[in-house]
Design a protein around this ligand. Sequence first.
Ligand SMILES: [Zn+2]
Length: 329
Amino acid sequence: MIDIERPGTRLRRLRRSESIRRLVNETDLHPSKLIAPVFVRHGEKVVEPIESMPGVNRYSVDEVGSYVGRLWDAGIRGVLLFGIPGSKDEMGSQAYSSDGVVPRATAEIKANIPSVLVVADVCLCEYTSHGHCGVVKEGQVDNDATVPLLAKAAVEYARAGAEVVAPSAMMDHQVAAIRTALDDSGHRETVVMGYSAKFASSFYGPFREAAGSTPAFGDRRAYQMSGANSREALREIQGDVDEGADIIMVKPALPYLDIITKARSRFNLPIAAYSVSGEYSMIKAASINGWLNERSAAMEALTSIRRAGADIIITYFAEQAANWLKEAS
Ligand SMILES: [Zn+2]
């Protein structure tokens, strides 16, 4: 029975005004913690909307500099590049061509906004004719045939000026191979951000439209993780740590907040969380229909990812969130 004459703890005291709520706020969002994914494509003078991701476009190399300038002005300091090449082949050779879209976009961005951090996604799926993340042999993605190609791509991106390379193929030992290749080619300072625990997720659906990377056969469950497994996720992360990753990542974010929290309590590296296309599109679609308030839903989702323990959030809401944060400050 509560003694209302002599009340003790009253948690509502700390919620009485905006000022006191801000004073006791435990989780902050800041634009400097957000990375914006950017789709760069072949061609010229193209800004092409992605139907399943309202507000997100693909940019040709000549257009990407001004877009990244806009992100910079909003307060975003990092971009994660995905390339959509003009041609695809079995080996994904455009992924590791020095003339590929990502190296060219990196140079273009650096010429426009020298201080922006360029993170280059390292995978083959946007570049292979079959849409898998590696080389296919006898119907299977061949791990050890793929890893040297990923390393080659990482070196090309570093050479073009990317400060961070982010291997996302979920091939065993990809981080070690990339670290070694970077060091051997004089890129000792290049940061490796491993997509350490990347789950096979239906929330990637809109991205595959954006990047044209839907597998032509089968699925990715032979290399991406099962959503049922958290202990295995920690083993994957430990593997990347042992292989020399500088930053670890959990992807997707919202359905895997518990993995972020577990990783936070076990590892001392910076943790990135990738809030994927489906997480973005479901909030967008609901808000377009008037079923959710876009701003508050998006900010609540981003806050939950930070609260779970992520230092860095990769999100398609980056620019909007940065502008909302500016308005609120
Ligand atoms: Zn891939």
